[in-house]
Design a protein around this ligand. Structure first.
Ligand SMILES: NC(=O)c1ccc[n+]([C@@H]2O[C@H](COP(=O)([O-])OP(=O)(O)OC[C@H]3O[C@@H](n4cnc5c(N)ncnc54)[C@H](O)[C@@H]3O)[C@@H](O)[C@H]2O)c1
Ligand SMILES: [Zn+2]
Length: 368
């Protein structure tokens, strides 16, 4: 197929279904490398948030009708009476609302469970009530826990959580659980078994499980987008719940060097928020009746945390990062995604490079 989009059966069936269900007269552009389905009515939960606000912009740009929904404007996804009213006439729900971040300690558990698990359950039950059949779910790479690792003797292995004593002694790399040998990190694909490592991750996985049950029971379709490390304009500022790029940039704004935990060699995939919004646009037209289909939303260009801190410091013109050896229990060592399934199944490839995106992000310091 031209321009890299495979017309898989689910894309075709989704496409046909959309034409049938929503408006046969609406415009489609097959073969352009993207599938553009215009004029849908989309409810975005978490629409005032970092990623949700970019999705709202992208939807409007693509000619869709947007319904916003966010706790910041008094709308709560856990509200069983209000949610069905907001769903009337909605074609697709783009569910971004969640309590995010790693949390502070176990006192956060009820808040994570409430916002993320109960909130998603109420949303799904409400969708079933009003007959809304399509969900795009903001999931996360955190469902995987540690990334993929290979042992020279044992092949692909799954190291367990890292012990506090090892981290405190500067032994950051997980070892083979069978023979204790050093491991080579690889890329994680969507079939990797889930292995969440903290309360936030538990609730993101629970969202996927609930959505899959809903799809089976109702014949609805779920596209779960497992975002990797999202960054870019409007990223929330430095809090215990913020992403690492925002924390580093806040240091630079204060004239301080970014403080890089462990030895800085942790590998991550940083994906720009406008690319994430585009993945959501593509997901609108992917249907898998009765099923949840998960996709990594990643750049495919992994970097270490130290690289990222250096790129931000250089672009900002601030002090170079310092590597502190500090650590957070619950952080994983490496998590690098395969972007292939999103490319073949959704036609999504990230388009904003690390260099461009980090430079823009550093230069927006003080403004967003
Ligand atoms: N930022 C990342 O790197 C990243 C990575 C993976 C997954 N995600 C997921 O993407 C989604 C959006 O994250 P974000 O980074 O934009 O976070 P964010 O905190 O900026 O946005 C979340 C929004 O959800 C709203 N919200 C929270 N609870 C709500 C409720 N009960 N009812 C209605 N609205 C509620 C908040 O007010 C906020 O505006 C989340 O589901 C998150 O788990 C984010
Ligand atoms: Zn081994």
């Amino acid at each position: 197929m031209a321009n890299g989009l495979e017309w898989t059966s689910e894309v075709w069936s989704g496409f046909t279904r959309l034409r049938k269900c929503y408006d046969p007269g609406r415009e489609h552009t097959p073969g352009s490398g993207t599938v553009s389905v215009q004029g849908m009515r989309v409810l975005v939960t978490g629409s005032s948030g970092f990623i949700g606000s970019h999705i709202v912009d992208a939807l409007r740009e693509d000619g869709h009708e947007v319904r916003t929904f966010d706790l910041r404007s008094g709308e709560d996804v856990r509200d069983e009476r209000a949610v069905p009213r907001h769903l009337a006439g909605v074609d697709v729900v783009c569910h971004q609302a969640a309590k995010v971040g790693l949390g502070v300690d176990v006192s956060d558990l009820p808040a994570y469970a409430s916002s993320n698990v109960l909130g998603t359950a109420v949303l799904l039950a409400s969708m079933a009530r009003v007959g809304c059949e399509r969900l795009v779910l903001a999931s996360s790479m955190v469902v995987y826990g540690e990334g993929a690792y290979d042992c020279a003797r044992h092949g692909r292995v799954r190291p367990g959580p890292r012990a506090e004593a090892d981290l405190a002694a500067g032994r950051f790399e997980p070892l083979c659980p069978s023979c204790g040998a050093p491991l080579t990190p690889g890329t994680v694909d969507e079939d990797a078994p889930p292995d969440p490592r903290n309360a936030y991750a538990d609730t993101k996985l629970a969202q996927e499980h609930l959505a899959a049950s809903w799809a089976r029971a109702t014949g609805g379709s779920v596209t779960a987008l497992r975002y990797h490390n999202v960054y870019g304009p409007r990223m929330p500022r430095d809090t215990p719940y913020a992403g690492v790029a925002a924390i580093f940039r806040s240091c630079l704004e204060r004239g301080e060097a970014p403080r890089v935990f462990e030895d800085g060699e942790q590998r991550r995939d940083f994906v720009h928020v406008r690319d994430v919004a585009r993945a959501n646009m593509l997901a609108l037209s992917s249907a898998t009746p009765g099923e949840l289909r998960a996709y990594n939303v990643a750049s495919g260009e992994p970097h270490t945390i130290a690289d990222m801190a250096s790129a931000l410091a250089a672009a900002y013109g601030g002090p170079q990062p310092i590597v502190t050896g500090e650590f957070r229990l619950g952080d994983v060592r490496h998590i690098v995604a395969s972007p292939e399934r999103a490319a073949t199944g959704l036609g999504f490839r990230a388009s904003i490079t690390f260099a461009e995106g980090m430079t823009e992000f550093a230069r927006l310091a003080g403004r967003t």
